[in-house]
Design a protein around this ligand. Structure first.
Ligand code: IPE
Ligand code: IPE
Ligand code: MG
Length: 239
């Protein structure tokens, strides 16, 4: 397929793409605007990433929206982000259903403000029967928290040591049953994971792009897919 000048092999698409959407604050700062203005503008980029991934036929898209460490930010920024999340969950249900997208929230939902939890549950329930792309929104998500949560659940289930193996642990992750990310992209030029999907990214390909998240558009996504398709994935073997 030729699109926007990029040649994409549709038979070798990543099944799961995960994005660390970073750089909203710096984008706003460059414009002498408050950080929340960057987050608000970023919502357009979020919509664009979702439509682009679903149009391409990606099976799972994971977007890192709020980490377990992001509570360290000012009360004003945190509440601004929470309000955006509520508005997003309530306003985007129709567009998710139009595209047959099933929304999941990954992370410690119970640690979110009540109103965010309610809006998230509505979005989850109203899209639960959709059969198209799965959209994981990582909210109050931390890779370490996810592993602690999984270990606790396994203990609660009374699993014996010999029952615990990689496949069993996978069943207790927030992403249970989903393919691992093939491609992880981080925008804004930072080259770190910031506690994202620690278990699942064991064999992911990484792309670090300097673009600030609010500037993202569909052509960035195509460029990343092309770069991904040039990678040689060996999984420890020899080719
Ligand atoms: C990413 O943008 C969005 C969230 C973490 C919620 P940032 O807010 O981290 O933007 P920078 O990194 O400060 O530019
Ligand atoms: C990672 O970005 C979290 C999200 C994009 C939601 P941060 O901006 O919070 O990460 P650090 O602080 O640069 O590591
Ligand atoms: Mg950041």
């Amino acid at each position: 397929m030729e699109i926007d000048g990029y040649t994409i092999d549709e038979s070798r698409l990543p099944r799961h793409v995960a994005i660390i959407m970073d750089g909203n604050g710096r984008w706003a700062k460059k414009r002498k605007m408050p950080r929340i203005f960057g987050h608000r503008t970023a919502m357009k980029a979020v919509r664009q990433a979702i439509t682009t991934a679903s149009d391409l036929g990606i099976e799972v898209l994971t977007l890192y929206a709020f980490s377990t460490e992001n509570w360290k930010r000012s009360a004003e920024e945190v509440s601004g982000l929470m309000s955006l999340a509520i508005r997003y969950f309530l306003n985007e249900i129709k567009s998710m259903n139009d595209r047959d997208i099933r929304v999941r929230v990954i992370g410690d939902i119970s640690g979110l403000p009540e109103k965010v939890q309610e809006a998230a549950h509505k979005m989850l329930a109203d899209t639960a029967d959709n059969q198209g792309m799965v959209l994981n929104l990582a909210l109050n998500y931390g890779g370490r928290e996810e592993l602690v949560h999984a270990a606790r659940k396994m203990a609660e289930a009374g699993l014996s040591p010999d029952q615990i193996d990689e496949a069993q642990i996978e069943k207790y992750l927030y992403t249970a049953g989903q393919p691992d990310p093939d491609l992880v992209v981080r925008t804004s030029g930072e080259k770190r994971l910031s506690n994202f999907l620690l278990w699942q990214i064991a064999y992911a390909e990484f792309i670090f792009d300097d673009i600030l998240w609010p500037d993202f558009d569909a052509s960035c996504f195509y460029k990343w897919i092309v770069e991904y398709q040039h990678r040689d994935r060996r999984y420890g073997g020899v080719k």
